[in-house]
Design a protein around this ligand. Structure first.
Ligand SMILES: [Zn+2]
Length: 450
């Protein structure tokens, strides 16, 4: 039996528990309320009938909440829910209509930081498991929860946690921490995430800024850096670093088929950002393919000299650029860094200092994995329809899960596309929380039957 009725008749309790979670601040960037929130989540799991404990790595690292409930059925497969209990900072405060940690319910919306990202998603997983335990007294498959507290600051330690607790976290499939629902109420079943390489490149020419009349003699580091950056990619966005794409495989026929089916409203997208055309004049399928599978070399910031009001003639002593590269499957961040460094040297820019902040590989679950069909059909049943997405254009630590646990990983969830996550007036929609909780019940059912 799938406890759909229980979900329907216990929505008030779900909302109340979500409000309780929102009311406990847990800002990882400021280490505010982290320990308290971990404890609260542990208590909530236990209240729902799930065994729970707090795991630790070392001092200064946010605790991880682990939860587990075994099925009475022998040889059951194990489904793992990955979520996070930390939230983004709430600033700017004056743009919130309600206090950021109020959890106020207005009609179909629950407002507050973390209401959608990720406490709303977390509550749907907890309540789906609870629904089974409170009705059937058992779960259709073994369940594990891995709930971290540093996702919003970049999941710096999730890989170390996965390595340390590899046996404890062993499973057969992972449900990712979020999932978007589009403006037509269609959930997006996501099979992958891009990777990310974040670097800072800098040039120092003189020990201090100089009078700009001396530009006849003193080299300008801003020019130097611009010249170097210009060699990294062409104006169509293609990266010119030697062997950058060497390990990348083209889309399979099946992937292309799915990409072509994915809805993408070019005009409203352009309107949203006030732009007239896309990079390299991409249109139609090419724009969709780019979102799913193109690597990028993006200038995130460029600083040098005087940028205040009015005019100031100055010859800057140094220049600095921050660049983020989105990586696609098979691109190894370590190899790519070496390729970038080799490129700079071979182009005569060995004086440019490269500092690496972050390297994370892309991840993609195979389309023909049975888990994909299970999640997709659960989403179709609960929402009426759903969209399959080969890869999200963004980045998350999905590779760490696939690499360490060796299992497929799929994102599905309750986050409305315009739920203002990371912004003031973030909200979760009650209708979507309900549908997602049911969807998770259905996934557990299908996964247990396999
Ligand atoms: Zn977030």
């Amino acid at each position: 039996m799938i406890p759909i009725k229980y979900v329907d008749s216990n929505m008030e309790k779900l909302v109340f528990d979500l409000q309780t979670l929102i009311q406990q601040p847990s800002i990882s960037a400021k280490n505010e309320g982290i320990e308290e929130c971990a404890l609260l989540v542990k208590k909530m799991l236990i209240k729902s009938g799930i065994h729970s404990e707090i795991l630790r790595l070392k001092k200064g690292v946010a605790p991880l909440v682990f939860g587990e409930i075994k099925s009475k059925k022998k040889n059951s497969k194990t489904l793992l829910f990955y979520n996070h209990y930390d939230v983004q900072p709430v600033e700017p405060l004056d743009l919130w209509d309600e206090p950021p940690f109020s959890g106020k319910l207005k009609g179909n919306k629950i407002f507050g930081r973390g209401s959608a990202d990720d406490k709303g998603e977390l509550i749907t997983r907890i309540k789906a498991v609870e629904a089974y335990l409170k009705t059937v007294g058992d779960v259709p498959c073994n369940i594990k929860f891995v709930i971290e507290g540093e996702e919003e600051t970049g999941s710096a330690n999730i890989d170390a946690y996965l390595k340390k607790y590899k046996k404890k976290f062993a499973c057969d499939g992972v449900i990712w921490e979020f999932g978007y629902v589009d403006s037509k109420n269609r959930p997006i079943v996501g099979l992958g995430m891009k990777g990310l390489l974040y670097v800072e490149m800098s040039v120092k020419e003189s020990i201090r800024d100089a009078h700009s009349s001396l530009a006849v003699l003193i080299k300008n580091p801003a020019w130097r850096l611009i010249e170097a950056v210009k060699t990294l990619r062409n104006s169509d966005g293609k990266i010119l670093i030697k062997d950058w794409y060497k390990d990348v495989k083209p889309f399979t026929k099946k992937e292309l088929e799915i990409i072509s089916r994915e809805p993408f409203d070019e005009n409203s997208f352009k309107k949203e950002f006030g732009i007239k055309s896309f990079l390299a004049n991409k249109k139609g399928i090419d724009a969709k393919k780019a979102l799913v599978g193109d690597a990028t070399c993006n200038i995130a910031g460029f600083v040098s000299g005087y940028i205040g009001t009015g005019a100031k003639t100055v010859l800057p002593g140094e220049a600095l650029v921050k660049i983020d590269f989105r990586l696609v499957p098979q691109m190894d961040p370590k190899k790519q860094i070496q390729r970038l460094k080799n490129h700079l040297t071979s182009q005569g820019f060995s004086d440019i200092k490269v500092k690496v902040f972050h390297g994370e590989a892309a991840a993609r679950t195979r389309i023909d994995d049975p888990f994909v069909t299970q999640v997709k059909s659960a989403a179709d049943e609960s929402f009426g329809t759903s969209i399959l997405n080969v890869s999200n254009a963004g980045t998350g630590p999905m590779y760490s899960f696939i690499d360490n646990l060796g299992v497929p990983c799929i994102s599905i969830g309750s986050t409305y596309m315009f739920a203002r996550i990371h912004s003031p007036n973030e909200f979760a929609r009650v209708d979507l929380l309900k549908k997602t909780t049911k969807c998770i019940c259905l996934i557990m059912d299908k996964f247990g039957k396999e």
